[in-house]
Design a protein around this ligand. Structure first.
Ligand SMILES: [Zn+2]
Ligand SMILES: [Zn+2]
Length: 225
């Protein structure tokens, strides 16, 4: 399960719309990757082997379920269930019960879509830095972004060496964007709290103040699906 990573999504989603651009890229990639499990490749040997082994997390099961092909999902899940049933054993001794629990807990943490999604996103974090390095016109757009969620701010920092000789300037811009974003959020949150004082109750709220808890949600946890 794979598809080509280009710079098209980066070009499309770094558009200062307000939402974290990496969250928008992630949502698009996630849908594309997930859809593949319901398409023609559904019963290819390699795909089936991986689905059997890793299964899907709840988030990706729900996403698969949101697509029209219920047959595709039923086929995937029925082969996965065969593997899971091997772990549902009757313990002969009490000691074995813990082993069964450990095995099931470990298997519940795995997901084939998450695995590929993580790989793809790492390539996007690196490519954003590379585009910053190779396309001067992108630098201005990057610096004009509203902000990144904390997960993606961290990831862009982690792979900043892909901006090569522009790494320092890339990190400066990244920090400036995030600092502006979080400082504005902090200010809006304080004003929002102040507003609950009866003496200020009648003053109108700005848009930022009104939406500050939603913005905080996006900053801390990324944007919702
Ligand atoms: Zn994000
Ligand atoms: Zn998953």
């Amino acid at each position: 399960m794979n598809y080509h990573i280009g710079t098209m999504l980066i070009d499309e989603h770094f558009n200062a719309s307000g939402e974290c651009p990496l969250c928008k890229i992630k949502k698009t990639v996630e849908v594309r990757l997930t859809e593949q499990y319901l398409g023609e490749g559904v019963m290819e040997d390699n795909t089936r082997k991986e689905v059997n082994e890793l299964g899907f997390c709840a988030r990706h099961y729900d996403l698969l379920f949101s697509f029209p092909s219920k047959l595709g999902l039923a086929l995937q899940i029925s082969t996965r269930l065969k593997t899971v049933m091997k772990s549902v054993e009757k313990p002969e001794k009490a000691k074995q019960a813990k082993k069964i629990a450990d095995k099931l807990d470990l298997s519940a943490k795995k997901c084939v879509v998450c695995k590929y999604l993580d790989d793809h996103m790492i390539r996007y974090y690196k490519t954003v830095a590379e585009v910053y390095y190779s396309k001067p016109s992108f630098r201005k757009r990057f610096a004009e972004e509203r902000g990144f969620c904390l997960e993606h701010f961290a990831a862009l920092n982690r792979y900043s060496d892909c901006a090569h000789s522009e790494q320092k300037s890339y990190l400066n811009d990244l920090y400036a964007v995030e600092n502006r974003y979080l400082s504005a959020l902090e200010k809006d949150l304080l004003s929002f709290c102040d507003h609950h004082d009866y003496r200020r109750r009648d003053l109108p709220l700005t848009e930022g103040e009104r939406d500050c808890l939603k913005t905080a949600r996006s900053a801390f946890y990324g944007s919702k699906r």
